[in-house]
Write a protein that binds this ligand. Structure first.
Ligand code: MN
Length: 132
């Protein structure tokens, strides 16, 4: 039986080790593949290298933050089409609107709900052409 993730590649950009490990473990258990970065700069570099199906982007990061990293990825034709989802504890309505303006496809609240997380992530992944 194939898991929910169907081998989709997700780049997780998260500087908190526990949060990163939890997101990675839950995704891998559900048959996603993952690449991980712990800073905004590394996230931008890995997105260019791996061209993931989706980026999960923490906002508060050392160096450039998740908003700036997202701006850089959206400004680059090679990565502009990759959906980027903000992973943040800040989910007030005003913040959600701001994230939309910054180019994020959506927001997933932290702490993540491990039961819902795989389907939340999958919902933001583009449908592969073979399935369309
Ligand atoms: Mn952080």
């Amino acid at each position: 039986m194939s898991g929910a993730g169907a081998s989709r590649l997700v780049l997780i950009v998260e500087d908190n080790e526990k949060n990163l490990k939890l997101a990675r473990d839950v995704l891998q258990f559900n048959d996603f593949r993952t690449v991980e970065a712990t800073s905004g700069e590394e996230g931008v570099t890995l997105a260019r290298q791996h061209h993931p199906d989706l980026v999960l982007m923490d906002i508060a990061l050392p160096g450039i933050d998740g908003v700036e990293a997202t701006r850089q990825l959206k400004a680059d034709a090679a990565t502009a089409s990759i959906p980027i989802v903000a992973l943040t504890a800040s989910v007030m309505q005003a913040d959600r609107a701001r994230f939309g303006e910054e180019g994020f496809a959506g927001v997933i609240a932290k702490p993540i709900d491990v039961l819902k997380f795989p389907s939340q992530v999958l919902a933001y992944c583009p449908v592969p052409e073979a399935d369309a």
